[in-house]
Ligand binder design. Structure first.
Ligand code: FAD
Ligand code: NAP
Ligand code: SF4
Length: 692
């Protein structure tokens, strides 16, 4: 039976969890997330500050990013590893900082197996993964024994370092998972063949870790409950493994969803909230029916306390794992406990500053909270002297600057010509699958009020006004204007800008050509192929069918043929550059956007020249050619053409203000539109706000 804290705003979520030898103060696990801080000795002070801030924020238990137990288990060359007492000593600064804040922390032991991005990687069988260029060495029986010992040694060192426990990473397609599935394990010895043999590694690691560490150490086992790969584990195997893992001595079972090589999105913003909690529910029900009471953890796209509370109240799990939400807001739990859920800076699941950074070998941070991972170098302190500052533009850049400045004690006037805050985010949130962007606007709306920013909407300011007001500083966050692609015929009726379309100001026909295939071109395509007022991100059953996710009890791995909903329009997406469209989209989300449009039969044309647009009988003709000769034009017959040809900075106030000697600062799109995104806009606004 689940304990509840009856007087709390989230009685299930904030109830303590008794683990017998210790107790967690609530049901919130900050899930493991690789930040890059693990990968260098010099980062340990930053890692200590990062976790201490989150411990202070009230989370029940945290898990570090993955540490390899040995070189063979490295994620990449010289990745973070815990294999010696000297390394354990370094970790003490992390554990001490967390304990000083009253928190608890476990170390994740991650052996990547064939996912290792280095030539020394190992696996049950010599089969290369589709996401690594390295073919693994097949482990001998002695080699397997060495891996088990490395796991146990790593757990012992974690205890020596002061950790409250370890998480053994057994999911996401890493080494242990590779042993479980015959697709990657084709051994014929005691470690392959029957399921009893394939799960032996997982069970032995947990059993021997418990044996070595004693009863009073948390062991979380991350168990892949739905592999989302063809030929993945069957449901019976998942249940058998969970039972064996509990028997072997695990304290908690954490749900893993999908292998990294899976072609089903599992955490992107277009995945409905709590999309996989039903699978944990299924497992928990089986375990309880068998009289096994081990607490089970669920996660994936749970990003607000209301969602987490409901998942627990529905009996899906005993604890909720959230990882990225703690990058976005270290104070998540405290705010929830104080009934201030509206003040939470919500993770919008964009992956832009966290996972995408990891894949670019950069330190992870957060688009909505640039302080994440930078707790020591982006410090917000009270300003030495109060100034009067005007911020022009309440888009992401202006909002970040204005609220940071006001938080530091300045008097801030924030102006926008629109009737609401948010700038271009008001268009972004209208894209099906990007509804989460509204949360950032809600957060900044709250923060504007709380910090005392004086907000002036419906006010387009000009230079004369600003000069007359004699501000100490003026921050120009006026954003962008659409680039004019200067295509002959673009003034014809039926040729629209993305702004007309996304604000719903102009009707769009059935056959549409989109000029420009950047982030906005892709988003407008998604908007146009989706029936009005509809988004599969809001309907779980439809989303699961669309991506081919099935009950793992009916098919191994839980994957079947996708059944996409029909497209609302026939869309052609064009760009001048040769090559694949969408190559500049985020590393971890670009493939999802491309796959989603492909499912809707969006035609993608690259390497085109736009020759002209003409009026045709019953519509428009877009004349395109290929190559330098520009001959043999092809005509695309369409009803509507939408210009998504990029953006240019809007700087009309800069010259007159500078001429009048006003101290100005340019941020966001107003400074530079190329390569602009909200990550840069919020980061610049926050950093300027922390400095002035
Ligand atoms: P803007 O958001 O353009 O805000 C500028 C503001 O200034 C506007 O509100 C405007 O009204 C106001 N303003 C201008 N002149 C004046 C004046 N004289 N007086 C008063 N007010 C004035 N980015 C991402 O990182 N990830 C995404 O997934 C993403 N998706 C997007 C999807 C769409 C459909 C669009 C259109 C954009 C998307 N973006 C995304 C881009 C992101 O929204 C922009 O990078 C970001 O909004 C830029 O912030 P900004 O504050 O510089 O400018
Ligand atoms: P963008 O990504 O720079 O793309 C502009 C597109 O227009 C490109 O396809 C470009 O391709 C084309 N183009 C450029 N000049 C042109 C011209 N003169 N004539 C015709 N086509 C031209 O810009 P955006 O799509 O406007 O997006 C603005 C910003 O918002 C981007 O920087 C992006 O990061 C951000 N955003 C991000 C996301 C996201 O999911 N992360 C989503 C939306 C927006 P060719 O030059 O090859 O034709
Ligand atoms: Fe969430 Fe985006 Fe921040 Fe990552 S960068 S934590 S996905 S809001």
């Amino acid at each position: 039976m689940t304990t509840i804290a009856p007087t709390s705003p989230y009685p299930h979520l904030l109830a303590p969890l008794d683990l017998g030898f210790t107790s967690l103060k609530n049901r919130v696990l900050m899930g493991s997330m690789h930040t890059g801080l693990e990968d260098g000795r010099k980062h340990f002070p930053a890692m200590a500050a990062y976790f201490a801030e989150r411990a202070r924020g009230g989370v029940g238990l945290m898990v570090t990013g993955g540490f390899a137990p040995n070189i063979a288990g490295w994620a990449k060359p010289f990745a973070g590893m815990l294999a010696s007492s000297s390394a354990a000593k370094r970790h003490q600064q992390v554990t001490r900082a967390v304990h000083a804040e009253g928190g608890k922390i476990a170390l994740q032991i991650l052996h990547t197996g064939r996912y290792g991005y280095h030539p020394l990687c190992v696996a049950p069988s010599r089969i290369q993964s589709p996401i690594s260029p390295f073919t693994p060495f097949e482990l001998s029986a002695a080699g397997i024994e060495r891996q088990i010992r490395a796991f146990v040694r790593c757990a012992s060192l974690a205890r020596e370092a002061g950790y409250d426990g370890v998480e053994i990473m057994g999911s996401e397609g890493y080494l242990i998972n590779q042993f479980l599935v015959s697709h990657t394990n084709q051994r014929t010895d005691d470690w392959g063949g029957s399921y009893a043999n394939r799960m032996r590694l997982a069970v032995e690691i947990v059993r021997r870790t418990r044996e070595a560490l004693g009863a009073d150490f948390i062991i979380i086992y991350r168990l892949s409950i739905i592999d989302l790969i063809p030929g993945g584990s069957s449901w019976d195997e998942v249940v058998a493994l969970a039972k064996a893992i509990e028997k072997a001595g695990a304290t908690l079972i954490n749900s893993g969803i999908g292998w990294h090589e899976s072609r089903v999105p599992t955490i992107a913003t277009s995945v409905p909230r709590g999309a996989f909690t039903w699978v944990t529910h299924k497992l928990r029900t089986e375990l309880r029916a068998a009289g096994i009471n081990i607490p089970v953890i669920t996660g994936n796209r749970v990003n607000m306390p209301e969602v987490a509370e409901q998942v627990l109240a529905d009996g899906c799990a005993d604890m909720i794992s959230m990882a990225r939400p703690f990058l976005a807001d270290p104070e998540f739990v405290n705010k929830a406990a104080q009934g201030r859920s509206r003040d939470i800076n919500t993770c919008i699941a964009c992956n832009q500053a966290c996972l995408d950074h990891t894949f670019q070998n950069k330190l992870a941070s957060c688009l909505v909270n640039p302080r994440a991972g930078h707790e020591l170098d982006l410090v917000i302190t009270m300003a030495p002297a109060k100034k009067r500052i005007a911020v022009i533009g309440a888009g992401p850049a202006g909002l970040a600057a204005a609220t940071t400045l006001a938080e530091r004690g300045h008097s801030v006037d924030l102006f926008d010509s629109a009737d609401r805050i948010g700038g271009q985010f008001n268009m972004a949130k209208r894209i099906p699958g990007k509804e989460e962007f509204e949360e950032t606007l809600r957060y900044f709306g709250q923060r504007t009020t709380l910090t005392g920013v004086q907000l002036h909407l419906n006010k387009r300011v000009d230079a004369a006004y600003l000069i007359a007001q004699k501000y100490d500083d003026v921050v120009l966050a006026t954003g962008v204007k659409p680039r004019n692609p200067r295509i002959p015929g673009q003034d014809l009726p039926g040729v629209l800008s993305y702004i007309d379309v996304l604000h719903g100001q102009q009707a769009v026909g059935q056959r549409v050509a989109l000029i420009g295939a950047g982030g906005i071109g892709f988003d407008v395509a998604e908007f146009l192929v989706t029936p009005a007022g509809h988004s599969s991100a809001m309907d779980l059953t439809e989303w699961l069918a669309e991506w081919g996710v099935a009950d793992p009890a009916t098919v191994r791995g839980g994957v079947v043929r996708p059944v996409p909903t029909p497209a609302a329009r026939q869309v052609t997406l064009l760009q001048r550059k040769p090559g694949k469209l969408g190559s500049n989209l985020g590393k971890t989300t670009g493939w999802i956007h491309r796959a989603a449009l492909k499912m809707k039969n969006v035609e993608m044309l690259s390497g085109v020249n736009y020759e002209r647009i003409t009026q045709q009988a019953g519509g428009l003709g877009l004349f395109i050619t290929y190559g330098e000769k520009r001959t043999d034009a092809t005509v695309l017959e369409v009803d509507t053409i939408v210009l998504c040809a990029g953006q240019e900075p809007l700087q009309e106030l800069l010259v007159p203000l500078n001429a009048a000697g006003v101290k100005t600062h340019l941020i966001g799109g107003a400074q530079e539109a190329g390569e602009l995104d909200a990550k840069r806009a919020i980061d610049q606004g926050t950093r300027l706000g922390a400095r002035l």
